[in-house]
Design a protein around this ligand. Structure first.
Ligand SMILES: Cc1cc2nc3c(=O)[nH]c(=O)nc-3n(C[C@H](O)[C@H](O)[C@H](O)COP(=O)(O)OP(=O)(O)OC[C@H]3O[C@@H](n4cnc5c(N)ncnc54)[C@H](O)[C@@H]3O)c2cc1C
Length: 368
């Protein structure tokens, strides 16, 4: 049997960032990942946007961690020479009703500490983005994009440089709470048990499953994850935009928006499809809905240029007809088990918030 100071379950961006923060504070950390490589689920199937924290209720975990995480992520990218671009983002109102919503966004953003949003009228938007049709828009200059894979590879390098390890093909299948920590059962090529003092469950979509495998955890505290799949279509050729273009947000997502990758390639998505099973199959029958949604703000769209890209799945703590839920970070204060943190519902803006979530988890473990 092996023994380590700290195990993090899951090598997505949240597990890697958390393991790095723990390693930098002197803990011996091992990340156990079920897949053959790091970041193959939500962390590589998203919009790669560094959000500013506009939409979230003031005082929520999402608002606070996104705001702090954005600053940390830009700083980290600068320090480590990870590719990013502070492109800016336009949120568009295309009708009088939507202008009201845009005003609410601006008010909420100010409550969340954003001072840099700029209100633009139709002509000002046309000067910036001639292909965009709208009544008015909010410009968020601090929104950007990042090379997510390079970010995760760098986090892994930091973990390893601090004496930690990331071990793939190591699914965690059972956890017994022991006197001085946890006995973690790992399957894979062969089954073995690792004992640890601290345990972080950063298993993304599967965080409730991993939590359910902890024998002494009160199962009533484990929330149900609902799965909202999102599809992305690539826009072939040179995208006629310089910034990220967002409509008014929908009920369970930010609306079918345009993002650009670091090479300037455009893609539209994600939509919201509530699913029961976890697969990344692409449903191309949704294309007509995409075309309608995109043409509301980009009437010149040539739909033949839209090609299937990929899907991603959000772990949600709310259902289709319910208000958006917050991140849920459960430490010893909530479940009563010393040395354990469970992370649930880490959907967008989880990538932006990763370094701030990591600091939060480290603080919880140092006091719990
Ligand atoms: C469609 C979509 C768009 C998004 N857009 C943005 C965006 O633009 N900006 C933003 O900030 N955020 C965005 N997000 C959110 C962001 O991608 C996630 O919050 C973040 O990637 C979550 O990381 P994670 O590490 O929690 O999960 P994951 O990346 O899913 O990692 C969890 C890991 O745990 C592993 N695992 C599971 N069970 C076990 C087990 N039993 N044993 C060992 N390992 C296990 C999995 O294999 C996986 O690698 C988006 C998400 C989606 C789905």
């Amino acid at each position: 049997m092996h023994n380590v100071d700290c195990i993090v379950v899951g090598a997505g961006v949240i597990g890697l960032a958390t393991a790095r923060a723990l390693a930098l504070t002197g803990h011996e950390v091992v990340v156990l990942e079920a897949e053959a490589g790091i970041g193959t689920h939500a962390s590589s199937r998203n919009s790669e946007v560094i959000h500013a924290g506009i939409y979230y209720p003031p005082g929520s975990q999402k608002a606070m961690l996104c705001h702090a995480g954005q600053q940390k992520l830009y700083g980290y990218c600068r320090d480590k020479a990870i590719s990013y671009k502070r492109l800016g983002k336009l949120i568009l109102a295309v009708s009088a009703d939507e202008v009201n919503i845009l005003q609410q966004y601006r008010a909420r953003a100010i409550e969340n500490g954003l001072q840099d949003l700029i209100w633009l009228d139709r002509d000002q938007v046309s000067d910036l983005e001639p292909e965009v049709k709208c009544t008015s828009a909010l410009l968020s200059p601090s929104t950007g994009i990042v090379d997510t894979h390079a970010f995760m590879v760098s986090l892994q390098a930091d973990i390893e440089a601090s004496g930690g390890a990331v071990i793939c093909r190591s699914p965690v299948c059972g956890i017994d709470v022991a006197d001085a920590g946890f006995m973690v059962r790992v399957t894979g090529d062969e089954e073995h048990i690792v004992s640890t003092r601290l345990l972080v469950n950063a298993a993304g979509l599967w965080a409730p499953t991993v939590a359910a495998a902890i024998n002494a955890l009160d199962q009533q505290l484990i929330p149900v994850h609902r799965f909202a799949k999102g599809h992305y279509y690539r826009l072939s050729g040179q995208a006629p935009f310089h910034r990220l273009i967002y409509p008014i947000a929908g009920a369970a997502g930010l609306g079918i928006h345009l993002t650009l990758d670091l090479a300037g390639q455009g893609r539209f998505g994600p939509d919201v499809q509530w699913v029961e099973t976890l697969d990344y199959d692409f449903d191309n029958t949704r294309k007509a809905e995409f075309v309608d949604a995109i043409r509301r703000y980009y009437p010149g769209l040539d739909e033949s240029l839209l090609t299937e890209a990929y899907t991603g799945i959000r772990p949600k703590l709310c259902g289709p007809a319910e208000p958006a839920a917050d991140f849920l970070i459960q430490g010893p204060g909530q479940h009563g088990i010393g040395g354990l943190v469970n992370l649930y519902g880490i959907e967008s803006p989880g990538l932006t918030s990763a370094l701030a979530i990591a600091d939060r988890v480290t603080a919880v473990l140092s006091t719990g």
